[in-house]
Structure formats: C-alpha cells, structure tokens
Ligand binder design. Sequence first.
Ligand SMILES: C[S@@+](CC[C@H](N)C(=O)[O-])C[C@H]1O[C@@H](n2cnc3c(N)ncnc32)[C@H](O)[C@@H]1O
Length: 473
Amino acid sequence: MAKETALPLAFMARMAALLDEEFPPFLAVLNQKPVPALRVNTLKLPVEQFLALSPWALTPIPWCPEGFTLDRKANIGTHTYHEIALYYVQDASAMAVGALTAPQPGERVLDLCASPGGKSTHLASLLAGQGVLVANEIDRGRAEALRRNLERWGATNALVLNETPERLADRWPGAFDRVVVDAPCSGEGMFRKNEEARFHWSEAHVVGCALRQREILHSASRLVRPGGRLVYATCTFAPEEDEGVIAHFLRSHPDYALATPPWHSGFQPGRPEWADWPAVETRRETQSNSLQRAVRLWPHKLQGEGHFVAIMQRAGDQAPAAWKPAQPVRLAPSDRAALEAFWQPLIGRPLPERLLLRPRESRDVEVLAPPEDAPDTARLRTALSGWRLGLLRKGRFEPSHALAMALRAEEVSQRIDQPIGGELAARYMRGETLDAPGPDGWVLIAVEGFPVGWGKRVGGVVKNHYPKSLRWG
Ligand SMILES: C[S@@+](CC[C@H](N)C(=O)[O-])C[C@H]1O[C@@H](n2cnc3c(N)ncnc32)[C@H](O)[C@@H]1O
C-alpha cells in the first residue's frame, strides 16, 4: 500500500486546510524516503577530524555545525563509527532543538522529556563536560535507554532521573539556566519514518497531547531561573500543540516572552493566526507577532522530518537557585587502594577527587564521579549520578563500559588500537577472546584511537568485557 493512502484522512484534510497551496508539495515529500542525517560527537573528536575519517559524502546542515545529511543509501546505523559513538543518527530538523537551546559550558541544563537522548547527547556535547546536564525521563524503561545512550556518548557530567516534571519543579525551583521540553506529541513529523505514529494519530490524540504539554510546560517554567530560557519543541505540525500550547503558556505565564532565535535558511516562522493569538487582550496583542519568533521546520522547506521550536526567556536576571549539593564519600582505605591499584598504572589522568558510592543488589558497590556542581538526588528516582567509573567487587576494582567510553584511548597505557575494519577489533565486538601478547591486566580495545571497551589479559589471552547487549549477533 502506498504511504500516501496510509496517512490518516483527517490529518490530510486538516493539513490541506492549513497549508492551502503549499499542501501538494508538503504531501509529495511525505511520500518520499526520509533523509538520513548524523550529528558528530564533539566530546570525542572535532568535526574536521570526523570529516577526514568519514567514508560518506556529507552535506552540512545550516542550523547545526555538527550536523550533516547524507545520501539515502549511507549505512550510518550499522557502521563501527556509530557503535563507538562518533556520531548520533538524528533527524536534521531535530538538531535545531539543541542548536537553538545553545547551552554554554558550565551551565545547569535540564532536559525534561529526554529519552532516548537525541537532544540530551547534543546538549552534553555543547556543554563540553562543564556544568551539569540533568536528563529526565518519566518512563522507567526509557530512562535506562537514556542512561545507556549518554554513557556510550561519553558524557561525564550527566545525571539521569526517572521523575515527573512536578516533582522536579517542587525540588529545584529556579535552579536551571536552561530547560528543554521536547514534548510527548502527536508525532506528525514522524509519519514518513514511522508507521506506528500514523496508526496512533487521531484528532482526540492531538487534543490530549496539547493538554499534557500545557501541564509539563507549567512545571518546566518553575525550574528556570529568572533570566534563564525555556525551550519547547515538538515533532508535530498540529497547531493545537505548537502555537496553541505556546499561546496558552504566554497568557498564563506573564514572566515569559518569546526570544528571537538565530534564523537559518529553510526556517519558517510560527503562525499566530493558527492559535487565535490576536484575539486576546491588548497587552498580549503586542506580543502577537512574537509567535512568529517560534520556528517551524517543514519537510517541504528543508531537509528534515519536521519540528516546532520556541525559545522563551524568563524575565529578570538571577543566578540559578542554590540546591543541596551531592555529598561525596570518603572511600574506606581498602577500597581506595583497590581503585588506585587499577587507576594509577593504567589511566593517564588523575583519579577524580570526589566520588559517590552506590550499593548494588549484589555485594558490589558502584563508584561514580559526580559533576562538580551536582545536586543531591536523594528521594528522587535516579538512574545515573555522574560518570560511572566501575564496581568494587570482592576487594578489586572492575572498570565500567562508561569509563572506557569517556576516556581518550591515548590516556590508557595498555591498549589494542586497531584501524577501522581491523580483525582484532571485529573479533572483540563479536564477543570473542583475543590472542594478544602483553602484560597481564586490563586493556582498552580501540578503533582509530577511539575506545570500544575493556578486556582483561592473562597470559597473552584477552578476556572479552564488551557489554553483551552491544555484541554483534
Ligand atoms: C518526543 S519524546 C523525547 C525524545 C527525546 N528528547 C530525544 O530527542 O531523543 C517525549 C518523551 O516524553 C516522555 N513523556 C511522556 N509523558 C510525559 C510526561 N507527562 N512528563 C514528562 N515526560 C513525558 C515520553 O516517555 C518520551 O520519552
């Protein structure tokens, strides 16, 4: 069945009425295949270095310096560079969210609806390891996926929470420089990628999503410091969400106003007339044009699936509200000795001073290095509180995959570094043991100088510690 006929009829009728003579080109692109795109992981390498490594022809995305579109046949989802997180596969229009949020290194940033981590990994790269990224996801299973993605990405200053927006707002009012709400939405911008989005769509779903977004945004507004920014984004075209939600938010939150984002080729302004915006009191009418400061990314106007982004600035100018800091612990001397016995001969950067311990269900204890400005997360459902270094297990220290992914290979004295396509690396990723002479102990496996994971060598045989879930099938 052609995709065109699988699009919900009521959706088509709505879009035809909204878009008028633009409807035929809009419909035409919905019947084309999505354009693949990737965003380079600048925590691991500069864009120029990736350009030199890339086996594909890359076309820059105007609004995202780390983003590129590719030929439809490019195998970016299965390439080794993807497995070692040199890039994230992300729709080009979705990259506008992180780019327009523009966090500055050192800031406190909250991504409130964050899984699987497309925006969070982008925000983590822009923070460049400085400041704090709190990535929250209300769904427990999805929060775990978010944690795995941020760890693979090499983020060292991220917390992952599994909370409701209300509970976070009660705990940390005014504590963030920037809050991103990449809202659960009716997903019309997913229609050409995702059959399920088409299946679940209905006009009632659109209305339900709009109401839920209003509630999430209200909580989000409480978390932003005076002078800070609240970013609202969806991957839908429905005006009841998008302009409708922003108009409602601005009416009920007079301390917020839309900010003008940097404008790029292909961006289209928000549509005030779709939200009945001028029909409100005079003071608000002065802001009616400001709904045009929201950005619509349409699939027939640029290379991307479609997004809506609005940046709202909170009035005033105050530093983020103080929060109770995370309380690092002093390691017992035997634990400290075990950790140092692993770290000192192997890792060419100082062992982090401040450490957290998290007992696990077994008798193992997880060791983490929290970001410098980390908050205490007691009584919040917490999936991650910083850089997970590894486990204290029966008097020894066992490094985590997250430790490997956030190191640079040259920082590790014992390593097996393979060129792309190297046989040993392929065997490692398949989960095999490796024959590789050298001293006994932990070894980092790397490809082209980028970490893949740990192995442990005894008598010239390297036992595989690549996480089972990542191994080639
Ligand atoms: C559009 S997705 C987020 C995509 C993600 N930001 C990314 O770029 O990978 C919206 C997320 O909001 C979560 N969500 C659903 N209901 C929510 C609620 N009431 N409050 C907060 N988040 C919610 C969903 O579980 C979903 O993961």
